[in-house]
Design a protein around this ligand. Structure first.
Ligand code: PNS
Length: 161
């Protein structure tokens, strides 16, 4: 049984994330999408809300499960028999940071990281930019699955839209 994890904040999950989940799901027997619980950081969405959104958007893939974790990712992987971390790479600015984390994680426990190039149409999409655009009333419908779009729009007060 091959197991991989797609870790992240997913605040909120975007179509770019979903593309990576779908591609990972075709490569591994089981893929866990794991949301980092970071007590020092308040997100737009609570962890339970993010988990619910992730469950909704990944429901077409039976081998994707949704979970949350705190602490070191490599320890979460070891506890769950996960041998590979899957990350999307949008470009060189992602690479600088991601290669460091991949090398650190591999040196800690031997867990490897598989980088998937983001689909070009999602290369500029990030959760933080989507939140910023939405907060000013911009149209983010091209970047989010419909259920996530509805949740984001519900967080923006009508007077702000
Ligand atoms: O979506 P994000 O915020 O870019 O995801 C970053 C994440 C969750 C993958 C990374 O911060 C992480 O793995 N955090 C867990 C703590 C950890 O293991 N840190 C050491 C990394 S080398």
């Amino acid at each position: 049984m091959t197991r991989a994890v797609c870790p992240g904040s997913f605040d909120p999950p975007t179509l770019g994330h979903l593309d990576i989940f779908a591609r990972a799901s075709a490569m591994f027997d089981e893929v866990t999408v794991a949301v980092l619980v970071n007590p020092g950081k308040n997100g737009l969405f609570s962890i339970p809300d993010r988990l619910e959104l992730l469950r909704a958007v990944t429901s077409p893939w039976p081998n994707i499960r949704i979970d949350s974790f705190s602490g070191l990712l490599v320890e979460y992987c070891a506890a769950g028999g996960i041998t590979t971390i899957v990350k999307g790479l949008r470009g060189v600015s992602d690479f600088d940071y991601e290669i460091q984390m991949a090398q650190m994680n591999r040196s800690l426990t031997g867990v490897d990281t598989l980088f998937l190039p983001t689909a070009p149409q999602h290369a500029f999409v990030s959760s933080s930019l989507v939140k910023q655009v939405a907060s000013y009333g911009g149209d983010v419908s091209a970047f989010l699955p419909p259920v996530v779009l509805a949740a984001v729009q519900a967080t923006v007060a009508p007077r702000d839209r």
